[in-house]
Design a protein around this ligand. Structure first.
Ligand code: ATP
Ligand code: MG
Length: 400
């Protein structure tokens, strides 16, 4: 028999450092977010705020663990069995758990919290007694430094939780606690990871895809929509509306009329449309997937020139990250497959792109009304409700 979990213990980090008021607000938000993730995935469970933990009471601990570790703000989570807070009951639970010991060494780690007189034993007693029982049942050796299996006991005044698995969550802050950012979402590998990073720090996102016409095409757009759905899955209780900005004609003109600074003007158009959307939705910043030196448009001087197109701050969570690291992250968060759907499109980049641009040279090559036109395009954007789309085609767009 193995130990059956009835609860998922969710731990958070930075939230615990906040003032009482902020912390209470964030804990509540995190509770609501976890409940929304459970309900979106059809997982039975209720979430309770208790001491410095959130407890998911559930009959489906595996699925609840998946959902809880997708909640921004959760540092780690463990499916746990609840027992009375006595040494006898804890020993019994550890015995049950040890019956399905997978092999290798083990350690028992216990935490006891609550009033001093709540328990007639200390955490050291739980570890010693527990270690003895697990050793007896499993025949496995103890290794306190680097155990293969850790048996955890979290003993509180009213109950004790016993667990053998601790899975990391994303960490960060609860989604929705840091306002909204517009994300320039191309659907490639980088921008979804950048979006996820902003979400991890608590920002809800308003994604914008700039449709480049012949230089983008329907596959490109489908990829951005697919990736958007994947991200929306992390945010079921917040708006997830992708704006598709029809920039094909303008891009065609830029490609025909501007030489080696063309890409920079295109980036400036993208930022300007994002800024318009930010005004509309009340966002405080723009997020892109740019990384220093990744492409000619992403050199230090060129990023300075693109930023001059807008007054809102442009955040680049991936600025210092290598492509391999970003690709690993894309796989972890589940956007990689959508991001690498094949797309056929013409190349907008010139053969010899500028890498050390000055603002005056870029401006001199641009049509005078470039920004007005970019703003007008943002107003014409088509909106795609990603949650609606997920509901219509759950297994393809945004399902497991
Ligand atoms: P990604 O960076 O998402 O993998 P990419 O590498 O094809 O896509 P880059 O040329 O590196 O795109 O673009 C840098 C950033 O500019 C992207 O991360 C994204 O934030 C933004 N961007 C590029 N193309 C588009 C687009 N068509 N619509 C919206 N944003 C875009
Ligand atoms: Mg890129």
């Amino acid at each position: 028999m193995s130990l059956e979990a009835d609860t998922v213990l969710c731990r958070y980090g930075e939230i615990g450092l906040k003032s009482t008021k902020v912390r209470t607000d964030m804990e509540r938000r995190l509770r609501d977010n976890i409940e929304a993730l459970l309900s979106d995935r059809g997982v039975d469970g209720t979430v309770e705020r208790r001491w410095s933990r959130l407890l998911v009471h559930t009959d489906e601990p595996d699925a609840a663990l998946d959902a809880a570790t997708d909640a921004f703000g959760v540092v780690s989570a463990s499916p746990a069995a609840t027992r009375p807070p006595t040494l006898d009951a804890i020993r019994g639970a550890l015995r049950e758990a040890a019956e399905s010991h997978p092999g290798g060494s083990f350690a028992v780690r216990a935490r006891r919290a609550g009033p001093k007189d709540a328990h007639p034993f200390a955490s050291g007693d739980i570890e010693r007694e527990g270690g003895r029982v697990v050793g007896e049942v499993s025949g496995a050796p103890v290794d306190l430094d680097d155990p293969d299996v850790t048996y955890g006991v979290d003993c509180r005044k009213e109950e004790a939780f016993v667990f053998t698995e601790t899975r990391p969550g994303p960490g960060g802050l609860p989604l929705g606690s840091q306002g909204t950012a517009v994300v320039l979402l191309s659907g490639g590998i980088d921008s979804p990871v950048a979006a996820w990073e902003a979400m991890k720090r608590g920002c809800t996102i308003a994604p914008v895809y700039v449709d480049l016409g012949d230089y983008g095409g329907p596959d490109h757009r489908a990829r951005a929509v697919s990736v958007g759905c994947r991200l929306a899955r992390y945010a079921p209780n917040y708006d997830a509306v992708l704006r598709v900005v029809p920039a094909g004609d303008l891009v065609g003109e830029l490609a025909a009329e501007i030489g080696h600074t063309r890409m920079l003007s295109l980036r400036r158009v993208m930022l300007r449309t994002a800024e318009e959307v930010a005004r509309e939705v009340g966002a405080h910043s723009i997020v892109t997937g740019e990384s220093l030196g990744q492409k000619s448009s992403q050199t230090g001087p060129n990023l300075a020139v693109t930023d001059a197109a807008v007054t809102l701050p442009v955040h680049r969570p991936l600025l210092t990250r290598d492509k391999t690291d970003i690709t690993d992250a894309a796989r972890r968060i589940g956007t990689f497959d959508d991001s690498t759907l094949p797309v056929g499109c013409e190349r907008v980049a010139p053969t010899h792109p500028e890498t050390n641009a000055t603002l005056s040279a870029v401006e001199a090559a641009e049509p005078a009304d470039l920004f007005e036109r970019a703003a007008a395009l943002a107003a014409e954007a088509e909106t795609v409700d990603l949650h609606e789309l997920r509901r219509q085609s759950a297994p393809i767009a945004g399902g497991e």
